[in-house]
Design a binder for this molecule. Structure first.
Ligand SMILES: Nc1ncnc2c1ncn2[C@@H]1O[C@H](COP(=O)(O)OP(=O)(O)OP(=O)(O)O)[C@@H](O)[C@H]1O
Length: 514
């Protein structure tokens, strides 16, 4: 980064109001050419809103956007893209059954005399790949590729469209440590080529490692821009929150001998072809957190769906206490006290166009006091929703607020609060703190530990290795649908765990043959 370079992007005095909420209030952000600029802030601080304004998805109520010193107005993402701004989404938007080349070109087809010119596209993609060390192979099918490869395709896609400023929204949430290092090398290449990266993340250590400058947003307003060389992650967190953070406490084991959930010889096949899960056998005892590590797509979703009754296994049994529940419906399982924090909160946990009080009832409609066999009690549901909002620090105007008006992290906190405020025997938690800020993460970890101490058996799936190592009593690694290692979290580091997850280290702890 050139110290005194003029900003390539400057947002000045940005204010954006939603009903009952000022999402951005007089925000200032200046991004220089050749810098990685992190934007951090608590859940609901206004980061996504600001990025949506920069990307032309929302229009600000006040304030200006300048590109290369000249004011611009973006009516849509198309305008932002033509001004050289690209967004790499957290949820990849790639078509699995197309090649890398097709995915990059889709929507920005090259024309030569009115015809698609794939030859020119291939050359351009190869240049981009070589220049930034992306290692793309244009003819590979996307479905065969890892999460990290897909992310590189998304990056190439925006570069292909001429982006000079790339917005990366929580890019490391889905990566193992080795992949995070590789991503950071790619970012270094982009930076040295004079491009700019806006990096949104809740992982403050990573932010300090990768960013040239960090802008902190608190409750919609800019707190300031800091130099990572002169800031610790604790200071950064305190700037975000506006007060000192409590220190998380360590806890004693609470694992008992009583098996609450037993999974035996579970097998799930896809169309009779390939096993998505095979020979899965494990127990979760009262007072125990059983963690599952794995690169996304190695059987975690199928395991969760089988336990929750959303997918019928091809073989094996699932037992709750002394009852075989393999044939039970999803609703029977919830009624028996199995709580669920799904990976995809939008599809599986919330009705986005319904108010929070209705979402309080979702999945628990038949449970007293607010729900019941024949009717529901809106007044009680409102009270319960309000109680969850207070207890889990869900920042929103009230129980009548629609779920889709909440920031991502606040939606997640609401879902966790809903599930955990019912008396549970088993909790299946997939990525429980994905997208939540450090303060909320520590609070959720405390809740999970308290529930464990009270006897809850938890199955924890997470891509956050620190979370898995910090919470689990027993840790399994899933690779290609099998358990390839059973580990004591006290004995492993994130790097070793990453090795098991990618298959680089085998079950006996040795490096796998290449
Ligand atoms: N479409 C919308 N309608 C109403 N309110 C909204 C809308 N989008 C965001 N908000 C509100 O604006 C505020 C800022 O939300 P935003 O999503 O920008 O936060 P964020 O910093 O990205 O949070 P997170 O880390 O949880 O993703 C929140 O109070 C949120 O509830």
């Amino acid at each position: 980064m050139t110290e005194n370079a003029a900003p390539v992007i400057e947002l000045t005095g940005i204010t954006k109001r939603f009903p009952g909420v000022v999402a951005n209030s007089d925000v200032h952000l200046a991004v220089k050419p050749g810098e990685v600029h992190a934007v951090v802030g608590e859940n609901g601080a206004g980061k996504s809103t600001l990025m949506k304004i920069l990307y032309g998805m929302y229009q600000p109520d006040e304030g200006t956007i300048s590109v290369d010193g000249a004011p611009v107005e973006f009516g849509s993402p198309r305008d932002a893209i033509s001004a050289g701004i690209g967004m790499v989404h957290q949820h990849f938007m790639l078509a699995d059954n197309f090649t890398v080349l097709e995915n990059i070109v889709l929507g920005a087809e090259p024309t030569s005399g009115g015809r698609l010119d794939f030859g020119a596209a291939r050359t351009k993609i190869q240049e981009i790949s070589d220049r930034y060390g992306l290692g793309l192979r244009p003819d590979r099918m996307v479905e065969e590729l890892s999460v990290a490869d897909r992310q590189r395709i998304e990056i190439a896609k925006v570069l292909y469209r001429g982006a000079r400023v790339l917005i990366l929204d929580e890019p490391t949430a889905v990566l193992v440590p080795q992949e995070v290092d590789a991503l950071f090398e790619n970012l270094a290449e982009l930076r040295s080529a004079g491009l700019s990266v806006i990096f949104i993340s809740h992982k403050l250590d990573e932010v300090l490692q990768v960013a040239d400058r960090i802008t902190v947003i608190r409750r919609g307003a800019t707190v300031g821009t800091v130099d990572p060389q002169a800031t610790t992650s604790r200071q950064l967190a305190e700037l975000m929150v506006g007060s000192e953070l409590p220190t998380p406490e360590t806890t004693e084991s609470t694992v008992t001998e009583v098996v609450e959930l037993a999974v035996a010889d579970l097998r799930i096949c896809s169309d009779g072809e390939r096993d998505l899960l095979s020979d899965i056998t494990f127990d979760a005892r009262q007072g125990e957190i059983v963690g599952f590590a794995g690169v996304e797509g190695n059987g975690q979703s199928e395991l969760v769906e089988a336990i929750m009754g959303l997918r019928k296994p091809d073989a094996g049994t699932i037992t709750l206490g002394s009852q075989d529940m393999t044939a039970w419906s999803a609703q029977d399982r919830r009624a028996a006290g199995i709580g669920f924090i799904p990976e995809d909160r939008h599809r599986q946990a919330l009705l986005l166009d319904a108010p929070l009080w209705e979402n309080r009832l979702l999945g628990w409609q038949t449970k007293a006091p607010a729900g019941g066999r024949y009717w529901i009690r809106p007044r009680l549901a409102r009270q319960e929703a309000a109680a969850i909002m207070t207890e889990y620090d869900v920042r929103a105007p009230g129980p009548d607020t629609m779920a889709d008006a909440l920031s991502g992290g606040n939606q997640q906190k609401f879902v966790i609060g809903r599930e955990m405020s019912t008396k549970l025997r088993v909790l299946v938690a997939a990525h429980p703190t994905r997208g939540v800020d450090v303060g909320a993460q520590a609070a959720i970890w405390d809740r999970l530990r308290e529930a464990r101490a009270a006897g809850l058996a938890t199955v924890l799936i997470s891509a956050d290795l620190e979370e898995l190592l910090g919470l689990s009593d027993t840790l399994y690694v899933l690779l290609r649908g099998r358990i390839v290692a059973k580990l004591d979290p006290a004995d492993v580091t994130p790097e070793i765990l990453g090795g098991y997850m990618t298959g680089a280290v085998t079950a006996n702890g040795e490096a796998a043959e290449r």
